[in-house]
Design a protein around this ligand. Structure first.
Ligand SMILES: [Zn+2]
Ligand SMILES: [Zn+2]
Length: 334
C-alpha cells in the first residue's frame, strides 16, 4: 500500500517551546486523534517526529497513526537546525519507498519544520542536500516567535510561515491546522482527485499564521537585532537590552533580560557601536523599571529615572548631571 509520509521536525530549544512544551505535546496528541477519526488519513498517513536542540534525534520512526504513540518531548539549549536537517535527510532516504519501474512508491512526503529560526550550527549544506536529494518532499517551514530569522526559513522552502505569538493557544491552533492540512491531502488522494499536497496553511489558521512571501533584505551595516549591555543604577546589576531592526534604519526596543554576570569588554567590542538615535522606544530596566538609560563618561550604560538629573554610575561610581546628547553605544553578542 502507498503511504503518505509526514515528518514533524520540531525545534525543542528553550527559546522555542520552553513555555509551550505541554501545549506542543497536547497539540500532537490532538492531531493524532483527529487523523485517527479520518478514514482516509487513518489508512494512509504515517508519521515520524524528529526533534532538534543541542542535538537531533528521531523520537519515533515512520508509523501509522493507529499505532503511533506520542513521545515525550524534552527541552534543551541550542538550535541545531543543521543536525535536524541531516537526520531528516537520512530518514527520508531510508524510510520513504521510492517509485521504480517495478513498484509504485509512497506518496510525496510532507515535512513540517517548526523552529525559532536562529540556528546555532551549520545548516546551509544540509538544507541544500534536502532540496537536492528529496525534491519531491513538500516542506513547510513555520517560524515561531517574534525574532525569527525568516531568511533562514526561506532558504529551506518557499512555503514559509510566521507564528509570531508563541502561547499555549497558538500552538494548539497550529497543530489543528497541521492536522487539517494532512487530512486534506489524504482526502484528495482518497477521493481520487488530482493529488496536490501544497496547502496554504494561512487559510486554515488565519489568526495565528502569516505566510511570508518576501523577506526584506537587511541593509549593509545593519543587523536583524542588536543587544546592548546596561546596568541598573539601583542594584548595580547588569542586564541586556534587545532591539530589533524595524524599518531598515532604526531599531525598536523589544525587551530587557537580567544577566548573571557582566559581559567583558572584549565581548562588547566585537561589534560596531550603534548611534543612540537609531535606538527607538522606551526601554525598561528589568530590575527597577526605569524607562530611560544613559551613558557615563566611563563608557558604561546605566538605567535612569526619567525625572532625575543627578545620577551615579553603577560601574565607576561617578556622580554627575546627565544631559541629553548624541553618542554611540557598544553592542554585544546576545
Ligand atoms: Zn534599574
Ligand atoms: Zn561610569
Amino acid at each position: 500500500m502507498r503511504r503518505l509520509p509526514v515528518y514533524l521536525l520540531i525545534d525543542t530549544s528553550e527559546s522555542m517551546i520552553g513555555i509551550a512544551l505541554d501545549s506542543v505535546h497536547a497539540g500532537i496528541k490532538a492531531m493524532m486523534s483527529a487523523l485517527r477519526q479520518n478514514p482516509y488519513s487513518l489508512e494512509i498517513t504515517y508519521i515520524s517526529i524528529i526533534t532538534f536542540a543541542d542535538k537531533a534525534q528521531q523520537l519515533c520512526s515512520l508509523k501509522d497513526v493507529f499505532t503511533f504513540v506520542v513521545p515525550d518531548l524534552e527541552v534543551s539549549p541550542g538550535t541545531s537546525l543543521g543536525a535536524g536537517l541531516r537526520l531528516l535527510n537520512d530518514c527520508l532516504s531510508r524510510e520513504v519507498v521510492k517509485t521504480t519501474s517495478e513498484q509504485k512508491g509512497d506518496y510525496k512526503p510532507i515535512v513540517f519544520i517548526l523552529t525559532d529560526g536562529q540556528p546555532t550550527d551549520n545548516w546551509e549544506n544540509e538544507a541544500a542536500s534536502l532540496r537536492k536529494n528529496h525534491p519531491s518532499a513538500m516542506v513547510y517551514a513555520i517560524g515561531c516567535g517574534d525574532d525569527v530569522d525568516l531568511s533562514v526559513l526561506k532558504q529551506l522552502t518557499d512555503n514559509t510561515y510566521l507564528m509570531e505569538q508563541t502561547t499555549v493557544d497558538t500552538f494548539t491552533k497550529l497543530f489543528v491546522c497541521i492536522s487539517a492540512s494532512i487530512q486534506s491531502v489524504g482526502s484528495s488522494i482518497g477521493s481520487g482527485d488530482k493529488y496536490d499536497n501544497n496547502v496554504n496553511l494561512t487559510d486554515l489558521a488565519p489568526e495565528v499564521l502569516e505566510k511570508v512571501e518576501e523577506v526584506r533584505e537587511i541593509p549593509k551595516g545593519k543587523q536583524r537585532q542588536v543587544f546592548i549591555p546596561c546596568k541598573c543604577q539601583k542594584n548595580k546589576r547588569p542586564y541586556l537590552m534587545r532591539y530589533r531592526l524595524i524599518d531598515g534604519q532604526n531599531y525598536g526596543f523589544v525587551s530587557s533580560h537580567p544577566l548573571n554576570k557582566e559581559f567583558t569588554s572584549e565581548q562588547s567590542k566585537k561589534m560596531p557601536p550603534i548611534p543612540v538615535e537609531e535606538l527607538l522606544g522606551d526601554s525598561s530596566c528589568p530590575y527597577c523599571g526605569n524607562t530611560i538609560w544613559g551613558k557615563c563618561a566611563c563608557g558604561a550604560l546605566l538605567c535612569i529615572p526619567d525625572d532625575q538629573l543627578r545620577n551615579t554610575c553603577p560601574t565607576c561610581g561617578l556622580t554627575l548631571d546627565y544631559s541629553v546628547g548624541s553618542f554611540s553605544t557598544d553592542q554585544t553578542i546576545g
